[in-house]
Design a protein around this ligand. Structure first.
Ligand SMILES: Cc1cc2nc3c(=O)[nH]c(=O)nc-3n(C[C@H](O)[C@H](O)[C@H](O)COP(=O)(O)OP(=O)(O)OC[C@H]3O[C@@H](n4cnc5c(N)ncnc54)[C@H](O)[C@@H]3O)c2cc1C
Length: 469
């Protein structure tokens, strides 16, 4: 491990003043988004109460129906929230970041699904007069004779498929593309569920207030998908017309791809963010893979650095100069906008150094204020570029080479400290005063997070991107 000699200097006053403004704005967005969801849940609960929901709990069959109504309403709110959460709405992407959005998406998704199952069971049981044995006949009657219920059944099948394939054990067995394709059935599921809500659910239509609420929510969800998942990427790709300009081998099965395009200075992207990429002129061009920028965007070109780990990434080395590139994004919060502290710590492993390399170029810091801990079990990337940043900007880079010293350690052999936490706090005694950017494979970042938390780094100073599941 080597420590580049860090000169000392006073930080630029304008850097210090601006810090945290965007981070605070994002915190407000998170608060507003969370409040909107809770208020929506509160509102439908209020309508259920004023519609006699609590009174109905007094009887067995009416109680079951009443539970069926409130679980259906809450499930519908959460399903629509799901759609908005994954519609790549820029303001939410910036405020939460993909990892946090995916975590919330999983939580909200499983909750809405469980509520939907509870809704189906209790409402059928209630309609069956509270008799378990009459349930199958009642279910058949509901599906066949009630308006919109055949569509709702198809919706349930779609959502069951999405949830089953998202359970971790099943998820690991599927190729990413297969899982992703199946996941798109969730949109169909949400769409097919709407008619039965309108045609049989009095709770959705019995007052102007209810109608305004539900129609606004449906339009907002569908509009978000159309505008941000479909419209914006199409428009961006037409506007920027991206082309592969160069493929540069970086060694050890890793290549950098330089991409140019029209009006790239108008592409709102920051160092540390990622796009999902599709490339023309190769097999499997319809498949998209996420790759972070490995250099700070300069308004004329973009650079990604890709490690060969499977079919999609291996094909990148064979790209032809001039091939078309299509992007979705930019996404991710591992960027200057998350920053709120003057001092910086960046911790990366393997190809996870890519966004940190771009951040080290783009972030403002005085010499000695930014430290990179870079773990690599094979030849490290960007050695010359990091050395140049050390020379020009006083970036401090420590390599953490070698095989991991154990499955419970994020450090390599050769570290003397008894624990990873002891190593971290002795190397970076002021770690709690720093913004910490972390990137690497999930099992490794989880160990880093464990020690950052144990060292007392506040959650909102930790900015994370996981490169794998
Ligand atoms: C936000 C983010 C940024 C990344 N940035 C970089 C980078 O800068 N450089 C780099 O070399 N790698 C990066 N990766 C990892 C890279 O996306 C995968 O290595 C690549 O997609 C593997 O695809 P494959 O077809 O070669 O291999 P596969 O065998 O298909 O997949 C290998 C692994 O990658 C995962 N993966 C595949 N496609 C996707 C996808 N579309 N979204 C999420 N995970 C996927 C799979 O679940 C699997 O765990 C990043 C990953 C994420 C999530």
């Amino acid at each position: 491990m080597t420590l580049a000699q860090a000169p000392t200097a006073t930080p630029q006053p304008h850097v210090v003043r601006r810090l945290g403004v965007r981070a605070r704005r994002d915190a407000v967005t998170r608060l507003l988004a969370g409040s909107a969801l809770w208020l929506s849940l509160l509102l439908v609960t209020w309508w259920w109460v004023t519609g006699g929901g609590i009174g109905d709990l007094g009887g067995w069959a009416s109680g079951l129906e009443s539970v069926g109504r409130i679980t259906g309403l809450a499930s519908a709110v959460l399903l629509l929230a799901q759609v908005v959460l994954m519609a790549r709405v820029p303001v939410l992407e910036r405020a939460f970041g993909q990892d946090e959005l995916a975590r919330i998406h999983r939580l909200v998704g499983f909750t809405s699904f469980n509520l939907m199952l509870a809704h189906i069971v209790t409402i059928t049981w209630g309609y069956a007069g509270g008799s378990l044995t009459s349930m199958p006949r009642t279910l058949w009657d509901l599906v066949v004779n009630y308006p919109g219920m055949l569509l709702a059944t198809a919706a349930t099948v779609c959502l069951v498929m999405v949830v089953v394939t998202s359970i971790k054990a099943a998820r690991r067995r599927l190729r990413y593309e297969s899982w992703h394709l199946m996941h798109l059935y969730a949109y169909l599921g949400v769409g097919l569920a709407i008619p039965h809500q309108l045609w049989t659910g009095a709770d959705f239509t019995s007052s102007t207030g209810r109608q305004v609420f539900w129609w606004s929510a449906w339009i907002a969800a569908a509009g978000s998908v159309l505008v941000w998942r479909v419209g914006l990427p199409v428009w961006r790709n037409l506007r920027h017309d991206l082309r592969v300009a160069a493929i540069v081998p970086e060694g050890d099965g890793t290549v950098s791809v330089h991409v140019t395009g029209r009006a790239l200075d108008r592409l709102p992207v920051e160092a540390g963010q990622f796009f999902t990429w599709r490339f023309g002129g190769r097999p499997g061009r319809s498949r998209a893979n996420p790759y972070s920028l490995s250099a700070a965007p300069d308004g004329r070109s973009l650079r990604i650095t890709v490690q060969d780990v499977g079919d999609g990434s291996a094909a990148v080395a064979g790209l032809v100069v001039g091939s078309r590139a299509w992007i979705e994004g930019p996404y991710g919060r591992l960027s200057p906008r998350a920053r709120s502290r003057r001092k910086l710590l960046m911790i990366g492993a393997g190809v996870g150094i890519t966004p940190l390399r771009a951040l080290a170029e783009a972030l403002e810091y005085a010499p000695g204020e930014a430290l990179v801990l870079y773990r690599s079990s094979s030849a490290p990337l960007f050695v010359d570029e990091l050395a140049e940043l050390t020379r020009q900007r006083g970036l401090v880079v420590w390599g953490l080479a070698g095989r991991r010293r154990g499955p419970d350690s994020w450090l390599g052999h050769g570290v003397d400290a008894p624990t990873d936490l002891a190593a971290l706090t002795s190397w970076v005694p002021d770690v709690v005063e720093r913004d910490v950017y972390v990137c690497g494979p999930r099992p490794w970042t989880e160990l880093v997070l464990r020690d950052l938390r144990a060292a007392g780094v506040p959650e909102h100073h930790i900015h994370l991107e996981n490169f794998g599941w």
